[in-house]
Design a protein around this ligand. Structure first.
Ligand SMILES: Cc1cc2nc3c(=O)[nH]c(=O)nc-3n(C[C@H](O)[C@H](O)[C@H](O)COP(=O)(O)O)c2cc1C
Length: 178
């Protein structure tokens, strides 16, 4: 089993980063960790070049997509910025386009665990977070099998604020058997 952790926060050792690493440390199988903000990752150009093969943009997008195609489980994490995911996380998702346009590539039946962090202590983004089951993941044939929303987290990687979410992450990670 291959598990790919994608961190969409720009904060190294921030809340998403801590939670994704805890997940990878507690799951069975081979793991890969990608911190998007350290990658060159352009938004989709909508040039349709990918209909013929790989994405034509000369950046890290194709290698990130290759890791995604190779994994069984994706752990996708983003903080909430103005009620949405970060620009880095959105660029990653938009680059899925090369998979949806190419019949030789598929994310069908891959499992996803989502992790969101937010300063607000109430579940005000619940509907938005739920929508990821449908778009983009459901649309790509992937199944969201778990979610952790770390509410009331603001300071960078504050273990006290994160304590109960770290336990949730560990529980989900340890429960995964393929
Ligand atoms: C540009 C920006 C916008 C933010 N917008 C929101 C928001 O709309 N709602 C919220 O609850 N928190 C918001 N936050 C706070 C982060 O979501 C919160 O600090 C989160 O725990 C950061 O996770 P990280 O450490 O993984 O980056 C925002 C933070 C930044 C930097």
């Amino acid at each position: 089993m291959k598990v790919l952790g994608i961190v969409g926060s720009p904060r190294k050792d921030g809340n998403c980063d801590v939670l994704v690493k805890k997940f990878l440390d507690n799951v069975e199988g081979d793991t890969e960790y990608i911190f998007l903000n350290e990658k060159q990752l352009h938004g989709c150009n909508a040039c349709m070049g990918c209909v013929e093969g790989d994405c034509v943009i000369d950046d890290d997008g194709n290698s990130i997509i290759k890791s995604l195609l190779d994994c069984d489980i994706l752990v996708f994490a983003s903080p909430i910025y103005y009620g949405q995911i970060t620009a880095q996380a959105k660029a990653f998702i938009d680059r899925f386009y090369q998979i949806s346009r190419n019949p030789e590539k598929s994310l069908e039946s891959k499992k996803v665990v989502t992790i969101f962090t937010q300063a607000q202590p109430e579940n005000v983004f619940g509907d938005y977070i739920d929508s990821f089951k449908v778009m983009p993941f459901g649309f790509m044939g992937m199944e969201v099998i778990g979610n952790i929303t770390a509410m009331g987290t603001q300071d960078k990687g504050n273990e006290e604020e994160l304590e109960k979410y770290i336990e949730e992450v560990k529980d989900i990670a340890r429960s995964i058997k393929l």
